[in-house]
Design a protein around this ligand. Structure first.
Ligand SMILES: NC(=O)c1ccc[n+]([C@@H]2O[C@H](COP(=O)([O-])OP(=O)(O)OC[C@H]3O[C@@H](n4cnc5c(N)ncnc54)[C@H](OP(=O)(O)O)[C@@H]3O)[C@@H](O)[C@H]2O)c1
Length: 255
C-alpha cells in the first residue's frame, strides 16, 4: 500500500516500540538501519536483516554516520518521566538527529505521547518541544501521540486518530493502543502521501483493525506550514515563555 523501498533509520530500535518498527519496516520491504548503543545486545534482539548504526543520542558526533544515506527516520526512543532525562534524551535526541542531517531532507515519523500538550507537566513540555523542532525543521513529517501501550482489550483493534490532545487525565482513560498498531502507523506514515504534516493522538476502539489507513490520515487537519504547534493544539506554550535552550535549538536548526 503506497510502499516504495526506503532506507529507514530506526531511533530507539531496541525499545518495545522500536523493535516492532524494525520488524514492520522490514516486512514492508524497506532497508532498516537501527541506531543502537550496544551492538552485541542489539544483535540479540533485532532481526539479522537490520543494519546496525552504533550511536548515542546524547553524543552528537556519533550520529552523523547513522543519518548518512537515510530517506526516513522513525523516532521512538524514550527515557521515562524524569524531566532531566526527557530533556536530555527524548528532546535532545530529536534535536541532535535533526542537526546531524545537516540540511539534508528525510521523512520523519516521531512518536511522542497522548497528553504532550498538558500544561504544568515538565516532562510533557520537553516532548512538545521535540515535536516543535520537527515541525520547524522543513522536513515532511508525521507526529504520532499514542495512548497507553497495550492497555487495550483484544477486541479494541480499530485504529482511531484524534486531534487537539484534549484527553489529559494522565491515565489510560485518555486512550489505549496496541504496540504493534503504533509501529504500523509510524511505518505506514513514511510512504502515505496523506500523512505528511499530520499530528494526532493514536488510540483504539472496539472493532477490527483497518486494512488501509489512508482515509484516517486524509480526514485529519494538516498542520500549517512552519507552524510550531499541531493544527488543533491549544495555544498554551507561547514561544516567549519557552526556555532559552529550546529557542537556541530552534534558531540553530539546519533548514
Ligand atoms: N508506556 C506507554 O503507555 C506510553 C504511551 C505513550 C507514549 N509513551 C512513550 O514511549 C516511550 C517509550 O517507548 P518504548 O516502550 O519503546 O521505550 P523503551 O522500551 O524504554 O525503549 C527506549 C529506547 O530508547 C533507546 N535510548 C534511550 N536512550 C538512548 C540514547 N541515549 N541513545 C540512543 N538510544 C537511546 C533505548 O536504547 P537501549 O536499548 O540502548 O537502552 C531503547 O531502544 C517513552 O518516551 C514514553 O514517553 C509511552
Amino acid at each position: 500500500m503506497n510502499d516504495r523501498s526506503l532506507t529507514v533509520l530506526a531511533v530507539g530500535a531496541t525499545g518495545s516500540i522500536g523493535r516492532l518498527v524494525v520488524a514492520e519496516a522490514l516486512r514492508r520491504g524497506h532497508r532498516v538501519k537501527a541506531l543502537v548503543r550496544d551492538a552485541g545486545r542489539a544483535e540479540r534482539v533485532l532481526p539479522a536483516a537490520a543494519d546496525l548504526a552504533v550511536g548515542d543520542l546524547t553524543r552528537p558526533a556519533t550520529l552523523a554516520a547513522a543519518v548518512d544515506d537515510v530517506d526516513a527516520i522513525v523516532l521512538t526512543h524514550g527515557s521515562g518521566t524524569r524531566e532531566a532525562d526527557v530533556r536530555d534524551i527524548d528532546y535532545a535526541g530529536v534535536a541532535n538527529i535533526l542537526t546531524a542531517l545537516d540540511g539534508r531532507r528525510a521523512r520523519i515519523a516521531l512518536m511522542t505521547a497522548v497528553g504532550t500538550t498538558r500544561p504544568g507537566t515538565p516532562y510533557a513540555a520537553w516532548k512538545r518541544r521535540a515535536e516543535r523542532l520537527v515541525r520547524a525543521s522543513g522536513n515532511a513529517y508525521t507526529i504520532v501521540r499514542p495512548g497507553w501501550f497495550d492497555y487495550n482489550d483484544a477486541t479494541q483493534r480499530a485504529i482511531v486518530f484524534r486531534q487537539g490532545d484534549t484527553e489529559q487525565s494522565g491515565t489510560p482513560a485518555d486512550g489505549v493502543i496496541a504496540r504493534d498498531e503504533i509501529a504500523r502507523v509510524l511505518v505506514d506514515s513514511l510512504t502515505n502521501p496523506e500523512a505528511d504534516h499530520r499530528t494526532f493522538e493514536l488510540v483504539a476502539s472496539d472493532g477490527p483493525e483497518q486494512d488501509d489507513l489512508t482515509p484516517l490520515f486524509a480526514a485529519l487537519t494538516r498542520d500549517a506550514a512552519d507552524a510550531l504547534d499541531a493544527a488543533e493544539d491549544a495555544a498554551t506554550a507561547p514561544l516567549a515563555d519557552e526556555p532559552q535552550r529550546f529557542r537556541d535549538d530552534l534558531a540553530a536548526l539546519p533548514r
